[in-house]
Design a protein around this ligand. Structure first.
Ligand code: B12
Ligand code: SF4
Length: 523
């Protein structure tokens, strides 16, 4: 049967659907004769999801539907859909004021309703699409993947139609095999009703496929809503320069989804891809790598890439990325500024070197400061978001004081208005070291449901254990009251008012001989 592949990006805040674009591009390069179409529900008004999907299936009559599900996350730290889950959780658990407590309870109920509503809606769209496609093509296949599926693949299978292929991680190799009609037994997937996910499936190594520049000329022919992203001028369009992260940060699942092996996309291909977007009017790019510079040994690759961006004459662009700011050199800083980096996120999690080590993050905080000085000297004068997650492991009042000292130093280097403290409470994710730690310490039991949003589950999964849990709960509540529009800075100010500030040197030193109190390092 001639293959006709329909890519359905399930509803999502309008982030550029780079995942399905890359998949469709890859399949086209392998099988030029296969007909494809991209249908992005991110650009459709909610009331029209079902009818728009029906129309698309009726017209295209796919033999294979590729459903791409980007995020399910509910523990967004700031104003997510339906309100701020962190705020409501803390109001419910920590407020002494019964009215505020009640507001927290209502807020949580509203969020839970919205969360389950979205979950059921997406599952409903998959079921509806499957049924409708089978009307035209009784053997039509359905495969479901994307970031959300990679994280929750074990749970989602229970609610998907029998026969759906549930994919973990990158989909290129899997789609190739499906199109060829080959066995999927060795792929990072399972089939609902036929097989169960292998133990440690997510830890299996992704296929090594060399990426070439996405052919946007072709993509435009199979995706009518592409212009939506071209017309919105403030959009950061995704471009991937590499896959994989070699680190081991205790709470992170990226390194499992993409694997630890860093696979660099050839710089000429990345630039050629950017050039195609540039020629279509795109000026803002997000390098969607888990980390743009995962380790020092990749500095040269990024230098080469940015130099080629400059040489290609794309002088009026802006770009953003997740950056491990311990892997910069003055030359790289110059290039970053010259090529238009205007935002980046550093996920140091704590300003205490001792804790950073305990969380297995491999960051040297002293080097981060020096590199920020180099960036400033190179002329960087834009926004940096610094992610802090207090209370992840072994936090004490002393380590909080150290984080304050560290943050103030970053402010003095880059400018207080340029450093935005993003206060995250880690959402505990499956297959991470933190999850293992929670099992070992009887905080969670194996078999728990990470997609459950009952308040007591949220309370555990939104990592903020006692004895400091209620302290942070109160600090956050006070910050929302005092200055809800600048929550992160307000939290830092309140912490400093209450606890004071350590001297910077104590934040930067973590005596190696000091035995970790907890066994995180050995899990
Ligand atoms: C870069 C990134 C961002 C950037 C995006 C910038 C941009 N303009 O594109 C920013 C910082 C804005 C961001 C924000 C958020 N993100 Co984010 N982000 C990522 C990251 C690191 C890479 C995503 C990416 O684009 N990769 C490159 C593309 C090519 O890969 P891809 O889309 O995943 O597609 C591949 C595969 O998934 C697969 N695939 C995709 N669809 C399908 C379908 C089928 C059938 C198959 C077989 C395969 C398949 O094949 C594709 C090609 O290989 C991932 C983590 C990771 N390492 O994957 C998290 C991730 C996608 N984000 C996540 C979340 C939660 C968010 C937020 C909601 C966080 C928050 N709490 O606010 C926000 C909001 C997003 C929104 N919709 O509004 C989660 C989603 C899972 C979940 N827990 O729900 C992830 C997986 C991280 C995590 N584990 O928590 N994010
Ligand atoms: S460096 Fe970033 S992407 Fe890599 S494991 Fe740590 S948190 Fe995850």
């Amino acid at each position: 049967m001639e293959s006709r592949i329909l890519y359905v990006r399930l509803p999502c805040n309008p982030i550029f659907p780079i995942g399905v674009v890359y998949l469709a591009d890859h399949v086209h390069k392998q099988f030029p004769a296969v007909q494809q179409r991209i249908f992005d529900l991110g650009t459709v008004p909610p009331l029209d999801y079902a009818s728009a999907l029906d129309v698309c299936i009726d017209e295209f009559q796919p033999t294979l539907i590729v459903f791409s599900w980007r995020d399910i996350q509910i523990y967004a730290p700031v104003g997510g859909r339906g309100g701020n889950p962190l705020q409501y959780t803390f109001e419910f658990f920590y407020s002494l004021n019964p009215f505020v407590k009640l507001r927290g309870a209502f807020g949580l109920t509203r969020i839970a309703t919205g969360y389950y509503g979205e979950l059921w809606r997406n599952l409903g769209l998959i079921k509806r699409g499957t049924k409708r496609a089978k009307k035209y093509q009784p053997d039509a296949q359905v495969v479901v993947g994307g970031g959300a599926v990679s994280v929750f693949y074990e749970q989602l299978g229970k609610s998907l139609p029998k026969g759906s292929i549930v994919s973990v991680g990158e989909g290129e190799a899997l789609l190739e095999r499906i199109v060829r009609g080959e066995s999927l037994a060795q792929e990072r997937c399972y089939i609902v009703g036929e097989s169960t996910p292998r133990d440690r499936l997510i830890h299996e190594i992704p296929a090594a496929i060399e990426k070439t520049a996405c052919n946007y000329g072709y993509i435009q022919t199979i995706w009518t809503e592409f212009d939506y992203y071209l017309e919105a001028e403030d959009f950061y369009v995704g471009v991937q320069t590499k896959r994989g992260c070699p680190h081991n940060c205790c709470y992170c699942i990226y390194t499992v989804i993409e694997g630890k092996q860093v696979r660099i996309n050839p710089s000429d291909e990345v630039v050629a891809e950017m050039r195609q977007l540039y020629d279509r009017g795109i000026r803002n790019f997000w390098f969607t790598d888990a980390q743009l510079i995962p380790a020092r040994k990749y500095i040269d690759d990024v230098v080469e890439l940015l130099q080629k961006v400059l040489d290609a004459g794309m002088k009026d662009i802006h770009w953003a990325a997740y950056i491990r700011a311990d892997n910069l050199t003055p030359h790289l800083c110059d290039l970053m500024v010259q090529t238009g980096m205007n935002y980046f996120e550093i996920g140091i999690t704590s300003g205490s070197q001792e804790l950073v080590r305990k969380m297995r993050m491999g960051y040297n905080l002293r080097t981060v400061l020096q590199n920020c000085r180099d960036l400033k000297a190179a002329g960087f004068n834009d926004l940096v978001s610094v992610n802090y997650s207090f209370n992840v492991i072994d936090e004490t009042f002393d380590t909080i004081r150290q984080t304050i000292a560290y943050h103030r130093e970053l402010e003095s280097i880059l400018g207080a208005d340029k450093v935005e403290p993003a206060i995250f409470f880690i959402g505990l994710q499956p297959h991470t070291h933190l999850e293992e730690y929670a099992f070992k310490n009887d905080i969670l039991r194996p078999g728990y449901d990470p997609m459950n949003v009952k308040p007591w589950t949220v309370h555990k999964l939104l990592w903020n254990p006692q004895p400091l849990g209620s302290f942070f709960g109160h600090v956050c509540l006070q910050a929302w009251k005092r200055n809800p529009n600048d929550f992160g800075r307000e939290v830092m100010d309140i912490l400093e008012e209450r606890l004071g500030r350590a001297d910077l040197e104590s934040a930067l030193s973590a005596p190696i001989d000091q035995k970790p109190k907890e066994q995180l390092l050995s899990v």
